[in-house]
Design a protein around this ligand. Structure first.
Ligand code: MCA
Ligand code: AMP
Length: 492
């Protein structure tokens, strides 16, 4: 039976997060390369899987950049089962930690995916991309945990940020307001699907609006040119991706047309350097809009699509529903909007996580009352917009938009038999923003472990994106009188 009602006027499946998810909808929801699903097929596939996994305490999701991952996360949300996205390239030690900490009852994976031995003890459920659906989901408590996303700190292994369902809804509706994001938009991106940026904003965002996602599988300039040039309206990326577009755009008329034709270009996860803003705007006439978020807080601020005055370097104004303050060294709120007085950004609102899994100590430390301490340092301009000027912790490195803790890499390097001492720092990098540098004192002078050996060791234990890009050898690490490594002295 056909209906004259528009999709957004028809009765839905009853799901509060995805009102457009209707069994009878033939609107395209998701496209990954040649494969796509409509909202109707997605409702059936995810609805059926939701029945299968319903009642599980927690599920892991083998988050490849594929349609299956998107169906898996929607199914878990329909079922009200907390889902832990896993980076399929995670090394042995990090995966072991995440599985022990989160204790998933099931692992959702694509039918052809090969899972590592660490997951052998967890029951596997293959994710279908079609199906017979299931009964409409029952209401899920907005305060219930929806997703657990692992994020690095300065020391120790990653912590699982527990994100309630209401935070996902709140953040997606807030950015929709800032970006005038509707069901008519076609989002293009090639972000990984095991972090907030790619998975929550980049997959759940378009689904909440009833729009379309075209995922590139992996980021490439060619993919952006092709998809934005053939109906895509919005692009999401980390600064490294915009840097690569900025490098290419001067000599690529097709890319110029594709970017110039987009409704909105959004960058986040790290600061987009001024020269990249300038090169893209000069070539295309379009500006890149920056937004500022964090795994624990989802999105905090953004340049608004309807604010033509926002300057490059600004991350915009607090999103609707987000309380934001700057706090000085003494713990006092900064009153000034003078573009000069620096304070730590603290935020509160429905967008926040509820705590770190199994880590009440770390959760307590992260809050000042109901204000979450982000560790990011910023100033506020007279128009209320925020400019990030640095980070409180020097032991956090942002490389390619990934947050990496120096401590976790040092611990792994120290486990290598050829390493006596190790220190890890971040250095400016034109492509990655920062690159991971490892300073190594070999166990036996004269027989150094090779850079390839150390790099492969970190990639295999933690994750390839955490591997050092540069290895430097020293006879001893510089230490102060207390024996503490003086990282500031580690420069060439
Ligand atoms: C290289 N590879 C290796 C090794 N060396 N594998 C094992 N051992 C080695 N020694 C492999 C990698 O696995 C990868 O495989 C390929 O070589 C290239 O890796 P890499 O050099 O790391 O890639 P890149 O070119 O440097 O990647 C740049 C990138 C990437 C595409 C921009 O950094 C990226 O996707 N960043 C997105 C980060 C993100 O989404 N952050 C959001 C979190 P293969 O070729 O198979 O891939 S922040 C967040 O969520 C907050 C809320 C926010 O505000 O957004
Ligand atoms: P993550 O913990 O991986 O979610 O990364 C969150 C961190 O990324 C924030 O605390 C900021 O330091 C950084 N970040 C995210 N968006 C921006 C942005 N637009 N500009 C500067 N830094 C950003």
């Amino acid at each position: 039976m056909t209906s004259d009602l528009k999709d957004d006027e028809k009765p839905g499946t009853g799901d509060d997060l995805f009102p457009a998810l209707r069994p009878d909808s033939d609107r395209t929801a998701l496209r990954f390369g040649e494969r796509s699903v409509t909202y109707g097929t997605l409702a059936s596939a995810a609805g059926g899987l939701a029945v299968r996994i319903g009642g599980a305490s927690r599920v892991a999701l083998w988050a490849t950049p594929t349609l299956e991952t998107a169906v898996g996360v929607v199914a878990a949300l329909l079922a009200g089962v907390p889902v832990v996205p896993l980076n399929p390239k995670t090394g042995e030690r990090e995966l072991g930690h995440i599985l022990k900490d989160s204790a998933p009852r099931l692992v959702l994976a694509g039918p052809g995916d090969e899972l590592p031995a660490a997951l052998a003890g967890v029951e596997r459920v293959d994710i279908p991309v079609s199906g017979l659906g299931g009964p409409p989901p029952g209401p899920v408590d907005p305060a219930a945990p929806a997703m657990i996303v692992y994020t690095s700190g300065t020391t120790g292994p990653p912590k699982g940020a527990v994100l309630p369902r209401r935070a996902i809804a709140a953040t997606l509706d807030a950015v929709a307001d800032a970006w005038a994001w509707t069901g008519d938009d076609v989002l293009v991106h090639g972000l990984p699907l095991f972090h907030v940026h790619g998975l929550i904003l980049g997959v759940l965002g378009p689904l909440r609006r009833g729009g379309e996602l075209r995922h590139l599988g992996r980021f490439s300039v060619d993919g952006v040119r092709r998809e934005l040039g053939s109906g895509g309206t919005v692009l999401f990326g980390v600064p490294t991706m915009y840097h690569r577009l900025a490098e290419a755009v001067g000599e690529d008329p097709g890319l110029v047309r594709a970017l110039a034709g987009a409704r909105l270009l959004v960058s986040g996860s790290a600061a987009l350097p001024l020269p990249d803003h300038t090169r893209i705007t000069t070539a295309t006439g379009r500006r890149v809009v920056e937004r500022y978020g964090m795994t624990e807080t989802l999105m905090n601020t953004s340049v608004r699509a309807d604010d033509p005055k926002a300057r490059p370097g600004s991350v915009g104004v607090p999103l609707p529903g987000v309380g934001l303050r700057l706090v000085d060294e003494a713990g006092e709120p900064v009153a000034a909007y003078d573009g000069e007085t620096i304070g730590e950004i603290q935020v509160r609102g429905a967008n926040l996580f509820t705590g770190y899994l199994n880590r009440p100590d770390a959760t307590a430390e992260a809050f000042d009352g109901d204000w979450f301490r982000t560790g990011d340092m910023a100033v506020r301009d007279p128009d209320g917009s925020v400019r990030i000027v640095g980070r409180r912790a020097t032991d956090l490195i942002k490389s390619g938009g990934y947050k990496i803790g120096a401590g976790e890499i040092e611990n792994v390097l120290l486990d290598h038999p050829g390493v006596r001492e190790a220190a890890v720092t971040g250095e400016p990098d034109p492509d990655l923003g920062e690159r991971v540098v490892a300073w190594i004192v070999p166990t036996t002078p004269g027989t150094r472990p090779t850079p390839d050996e150390l790099t492969a060791h970190v990639a295999a234990e933690l994750a390839p994106h955490k591997r050092p890009r540069v290895i430097r050898y020293l006879d001893a690490l510089p230490r102060n009188d207390m024996g503490k490594v003086m990282k500031r002295a580690l420069t060439v």
